[in-house]
Design a binder for this molecule. Structure first.
Ligand SMILES: Nc1ncnc2c1ncn2[C@@H]1O[C@H](COP(=O)(O)OP(=O)(O)OP(=O)(O)O)[C@@H](O)[C@H]1O
Length: 254
């Protein structure tokens, strides 16, 4: 067995009085790509936000790289720096006068206080390399205010890649990328997991993509209905349990 990057045990999370995630347990090993699938409102975003400590949990344990997430959702800084998260919608004021390189550079900087010019040449090369890997180096001098949604996605992905990580969490990351961008995106994820041993956890509604690219699938509908390799977790009986039998019949006919 590879090193365990993330271990989640009997995690329960409430959204106000509603139990959105109930007693979910799974582990992620280094060098693997795991998808979370399930219908709208199944608790997928809630689950990843609780793992990241953004939402409080009512019960259960989360361990990242052997360190427990505290009851207040905190991890040691050295562990937190090894986690990258790309949310479904990143809402920020795009009128901030900042270029693409400056934004990506924020991902390279150590957390905490430091001089903005620290790192000099290393910082510049690393930022450019991250932008090249997502096919966005031509945008480096542009202000972020002028980016399209797909370009913003690429730039945010560069922000995640700009330093080595162990865990990458993506919430419908390829949404908004064009066909070429999407295939390059999966090639990149494959490289990160195979060559650098990243564990990837991605929420997806694209079951064909999950079948083709992911090693494991967590099928969620408040509870974890099943988990396993795609052929098993996405078998018709498991999809019917998650999405309803009408959905599976529809997919079969079309
Ligand atoms: N801020 C909130 N307050 C109360 N309930 C919420 C809040 N956010 C989400 N919920 C509820 O929690 C449940 C889980 O939502 P969540 O966003 O985790 O689902 P999801 O599986 O990510 O959905 P989708 O596929 O639509 O993005 C839903 O029933 C949702 O209505």
């Amino acid at each position: 067995m590879q090193e365990v990057v993330l271990a989640v045990e009997r995690l329960t999370v409430y959204r106000e009085s509603y139990a959105a995630v109930q007693e979910v347990s799974f582990v992620l090993e280094a060098g693997t790509d795991t998808a979370i699938v399930g219908p709208n409102g199944a608790g997928k975003s809630t689950l990843v936000q609780a793992i990241l400590g953004i939402l409080p949990r009512q019960a259960g344990h989360v361990q990242c790289l052997g360190h427990p997430l505290s009851p207040l959702g905190k991890l040691p800084m050295s562990v937190r720096r090894q986690i990258a998260y790309l949310p479904q919608n990143l809402l920020f004021d795009r009128r901030i006068p900042m270029t693409v390189s400056e934004l990506v550079g924020l991902g390279w900087d150590a957390l905490g206080m430091q001089w903005p010019w620290a790192g000099g040449g290393d910082r510049h090369r690393t930022v450019l390399d991250a932008l090249e890997r997502v096919g966005a180096s031509h945008l480096r001098h542009q202000p972020i205010s002028g980016l399209s949604d797909g370009e913003t996605k690429r730039v945010l992905l560069a922000y995640c890649l700009v330093r080595p990580r162990r865990l990458l969490i993506l919430d419908e990351a390829p949404a908004g990328l064009d066909v070429r961008g999407e295939s390059e995106f999966y090639r990149l994820l494959n490289q990160l997991k195979q060559e650098q041993g990243w564990a990837i956890l991605q929420i997806s509604h694209d079951l064909e993509m999950v079948r083709r690219h992911c090693d494991r699938v967590l099928c969620l509908n408040r509870r974890l209905l099943c988990q396993g390799v795609p052929e098993v977790a996405l078998a018709p009986e498991n999809l019917a349990a998650a999405y309803g039998s009408e959905f599976v019949q529809y997919r079969h006919i079309h």
